[in-house]
Design a protein around this ligand. Structure first.
Ligand SMILES: Cc1ncc(COP(=O)(O)O)c(C=O)c1O
Length: 347
């Protein structure tokens, strides 16, 4: 994201445009990448029912210093990308379609990540495909792509220690990352699983040949991996439909989600805390996702462009979200067990 934004800024030639609009609830590495690119985040509130940016709310933002807008497509559920794209066109700003979690998702048969000028996919842990870290960038031909290509050509190769460490971790995770073992693995501090930190010191390097080979192989299995997640998400939806106090997130009409996780909202904060603990005891890898709205992350708060003063949608999501696993190793009785835990944790 950092090098995409740097390329966008160089291509725009307008140094006054130093702001990037981001959804007020997304991964902390998004504003961290913006800071690393020497830019400032401007937060746009999101809609709990979709977890994404509402184009109407976006349209009301102050675009006078905006370089680009970033989407989120959290958990692989596509945002209203056509709507966001048309606001960007109206305002003359660039769209960076953040498909970190949404490889394989589509909107009206168009790949998520391909909206706007450039997009990215993450191959980090727990994504649709994983090489433990790294990812891929896609970009439309033109001035941004040209600058990106020359920036990438000068990136260092990833270091030997990192490459060997990565290969080892990949082997270990592929053996142990089963739902029943997830809580145990997550407890190991070096994995970083389940933790969200704001960090601007991270290496920017080319994907190693080994990781590229693993990613290429996994992309060949994308349909198989994606359909397992879709099946699991459909089974969870069927099991949890109509459960009192539980709000499911529906993919927007015309979209196909990648379902990297299965998100739901639990309106009562006390019940949500009890639920997370009960899932843990039951060996179900549930998470409370990103713990805060970006406006409540001190490092973001101190840098963000002055704009809206409240972010009710983002805060509500941060207080109520629970995500469940959808990957191919989920046992067939997971939806039933999830429903049982939810029913036992009634108010
Ligand atoms: C929406 C979004 N953008 C960016 C990232 C960062 O990707 P990575 O983990 O590869 O740094 C994530 C990670 O989960 C994400 O969810």
């Amino acid at each position: 994201m950092t090098i995409i934004l740097e390329a966008m800024r160089q291509a725009s030639g307008d140094s006054k445009r130093d702001e990037v609009i981001v959804p007020a609830y997304t991964c902390y590495s998004v504003p961290a990448s913006i800071e690393r690119a020497g830019l400032r985040p401007r937060l746009c509130d999101v809609v709990p029912a979709t977890l994404g940016t509402n184009p109407e709310v976006l349209r009301r933002q102050d675009f006078s210093r905006v370089l680009a807008v970033v989407s989120s497509n959290l958990y692989g559920l596509p945002n209203d990308l056509a709507g966001i794209e048309s606001v960007c066109k109206e305002q003359g700003v660039l769209l960076l379609d953040d498909a970190a979690q949404a490889l394989g998702a589509r909107v009206d048969n168009r790949a998520v990540g391909s909206f706007g000028e450039a997009g990215l996919y993450s191959f980090d842990k727990g994504k649709v495909i994983s090489t433990i870290q790294g990812g891929a960038i896609v970009c439309r031909p033109g001035p941004v792509a040209e600058r990106l290509e020359s920036a990438i050509a000068t990136l260092p190769a990833s270091g030997l220690v990192e490459r060997v460490g990565n290969a080892l971790k990949l082997g270990i995770y592929s053996v142990f990352l089963r739902p029943t073992l997830y809580p145990m693995i997550r407890a190991l501090p070096f994995t970083g699983l389940g933790h969200t930190v704001y960090k601007t010191r991270f290496p920017i390097a080319r994907l190693s040949n080994f990781s590229t080979a693993v990613a290429t192989r996994l992309i060949g299995r994308l349909d198989e991996l994606a359909s397992a997640r879709r099946r699991n998400a459909a089974a969870l939806t069927a099991a949890l439909e109509g459960e009192p106090g539980i709000e499911l997130i529906r993919p927007l009409p015309g979209s196909v989600a990648a379902w990297v996780r299965f998100p739901l909202l639990v309106s009562d904060p006390d019940r949500r805390a009890r639920l997370i603990a009960a899932f843990e005891r039951a060996g179900i890898g549930a998470t409370a996702s990103y713990p805060r709205a970006l406006a409540d992350v001190p490092a973001v708060r101190s840098r963000m462009a002055p704009g809206d003063t409240d972010y009710p949608g983002a805060r509500r999501i941060a207080q109520s979200i629970v995500t469940l696993p959808t990957h191919a190793y989920c046992p067939p009785d997971l939806p039933e067990r999830v429903r049982k835990v939810i029913r036992e944790c009634r108010n």
